[in-house]
Design a protein. Structure first.
Lengths: 243, 326
């Protein structure tokens, strides 16, 4: 467990010396800020309550689908490419500790972005009476954390497959888009097949959270994705020892 | 400390190392020699627990390579050939990170101590990316020594160091080698000759020779070669020397300079000196050829050794495989 913390600290620190991490954060915050200020203006003009979950976290989901792989692509592949993996793998660190530490650090980085977005909630809260629904918002944020946690686990996994970062990024993007669009051809089917593919759709599982509902099936979906891909990542790293 | 039997590693069809059996004792410095692609790096990676062998067994620091990898890794210090480091970290940050991974108690003290020992304390706050090759090599060495490993494995530790740094690193290796087991690979034979108590020469993944540098030099290459210089033209000396037992051909290279081939096993320097002095010549120089191990090496590694097809090229290819595993 101590190794997870050690890896976490180094990785988390890396995000604050890495230009990619700053650029990703910049894109998130500029885009979300523009959307929020536009929506707030529109609400003031035409009436309507501020909807932080809809205005900020909805676009956040879409952005995360397109930007997360830029954060995760280097996680393992760079260690392989530069050879630093050789030193990590000859230190008394278990594969899953490395994977968990890196995943938590990436989640921590997203946590920083999410913390900054709380400004919008504060602004929305200050311009409405009697204020926004804090409980619903908290549930939305929980949903977002689970959602990006799953995306990060997928990206971490694809990063173990390639020592080329671009390849790792595209593989992750392919899985994200696959999970996002998987239900599209089955949307109108009311049978079991339709149900199964609709369940696999990643963004539908966030929708419940955004309305303040914590459904067991949604939590199970994200936790399963996270555990599956983290496990797969650590198995991939271990299997490379044998090749 | 290191004990391996029948160690074999295959990368797909290629056999990188083939049935290696050797050992290294506590307090021994073992030099690992071989041409590029002979399997040195592969062997070292197995010994450090980086990857398991395809076949064979081994113990390092008393723990089994296959089943107790984590325990092995706790007790081994490793300096990989390319010295992979994180360029965005400072020397201090990096060593602290590695010390924490190795769960070293009082790690700040230990990091300071090692930085003093390796003489990089003045660069503690420099970013690794800005360091010269020699300094990075030293940071890599510092990292390998942090946990006072029982076994220290170094892949080309002298690579990229200037002569002054080489002297320092050699001093360090000798120091460490007194108490710990050190295994180092090199293709600079003078280093092996100077540092190693014992030398293992491999070619095509197989051990072709194993002995102390002195005995290897003496036994192989038809014994050794001795250079002799006497004052004057040394007329008649060659004939007198020719009568000594244990000597091969005696050649007069120029006036007063002789090259003497010696037969395997015998140290004839004393007898030669005696002959020279007794015959009334003035002895100016008498030395064993410093390049003898090199001759042994060239002879052993250039000669035909039965190796599986493609084995000689296996190591660099394997390196690439490790890098581009797409």
């Amino acid at each position: 467990m101590r190794n997870i913390w050690t890896v976490f600290k180094r990785e988390f620190g890396y995000y604050f010396v890495s230009p990619v991490a700053y650029l990703v954060m910049f894109m998130f915050l500029v885009t979300l800020g523009l959307i929020f200020s536009y929506q707030l203006g529109a609400a003031a003009q035409f009436g309507g309550a501020p909807d932080v979950a809809g205005w900020v976290l909805g676009p956040f989901v879409t952005l995360a689908l397109f930007l997360t792989e830029l954060l995760t692509m280097r996680l393992i592949s760079e260690e392989h490419r530069t050879g630093t993996m050789e030193l990590i793998m000859t230190a008394p660190v278990r594969e899953w500790e490395l994977v968990a530490g890196k995943w938590l650090a990436a989640l921590g980085y997203y946590g920083v972005i999410l913390l900054v977005t709380l400004i919008y909630a504060l602004i929305a809260n200050s311009v409405t009476q009697p204020g926004i629904d804090i409980a619903t918002l908290a549930v939305s944020y929980l949903g977002i954390v689970l959602f990006v946690g799953a995306l990060l686990a997928i990206g971490l996994f694809t990063s173990t497959l390639f020592s080329n970062q671009i390849a790792a990024a595209f593989a992750a993007l392919a899985i994200y888009l696959g999970l996002w669009l998987i239900s599209l051809p089955f949307q109108d089917r009311a049978d079991t097949v339709g149900d199964v593919f609709n369940y696999l759709n990643i963004s539908s599982h966030y929708d419940n959270f955004s309305t303040g509902v914590i459904a067991l099936s949604d939590v199970t979906y994200f936790v399963t994705l996270i555990l599956f891909f983290l496990f797969a990542a650590s198995q991939m790293i271990e299997s490379r020892r044998w090749r | 400390m290191i004990e391996v039997k029948g160690l074999t590693k295959r990368y797909g069809e290629r056999t990188a190392i083939d049935q290696l059996t050797f050992h290294a004792n506590k307090g021994e410095v073992v030099g690992f020699l071989g041409p590029n692609g002979a399997g040195k790096t592969t062997t070292m990676r197995i010994l450090t627990g980086y990857m398991p062998p395809s076949e064979g067994e081994g113990k390092v620091a008393g723990f089994d390579l296959l089943t107790q990898g984590l325990e092995v890794r706790k007790r081994v210090g490793y300096l990989p050939e390319s010295v992979p480091l994180y360029p965005e970290m400072t020397v201090m940050q990096y060593l602290d990170f590695m010390a924490e991974l190795r769960q070293i108690p009082n790690r700040q003290d230990r990091v300071d101590e090692v930085m003093e020992m390796i003489r990089i304390a003045d660069r503690a706050d420099s970013y690794i990316g800005n360091l010269s090759k020699g300094l990075r090599q030293r940071v890599g060495l510092a990292q390998a020594l942090l946990h006072k490993p029982e076994v220290l494995i170094m892949d080309e530790p002298m690579d990229g160091l200037d002569p002054q740094q080489q002297i320092e690193v050699k001093r360090l290796i000798r120091e460490i080698g007194k108490e710990h087991t050190v295994m180092l690979s090199t293709h600079i034979l003078a280093h092996a000759q100077e540092l190693a108590d014992r030398v293992i020469i491999i070619k095509g993944g197989k051990i072709v020779a194993e002995d102390t540098p002195e005995r290897l030099s003496a036994q192989r290459a038809g014994g050794g070669r001795i250079y002799l210089e006497v004052a004057g033209d040394g007329a008649g000396l060659a004939e007198q020397l020719g009568r000594l037992p244990g000597l091969g051909q005696v050649r007069a290279v120029s006036d007063g300079n002789f090259e003497i081939d010696t037969l395997p096993g015998a140290d004839v320097r004393g007898a030669i000196a005696q002959t020279v002095v007794n015959g009334g010549w003035q002895l100016l120089e008498l030395r064993r050829d410093a390049a003898t191990l090199e001759q042994v090496f060239i002879e052993l590694t250039a000669g035909e050794v039965e190796a599986p097809a493609g084995a000689a090229a296996a190591e660099p290819v394997a390196e690439e495989e490790g890098d581009a595993h797409a």
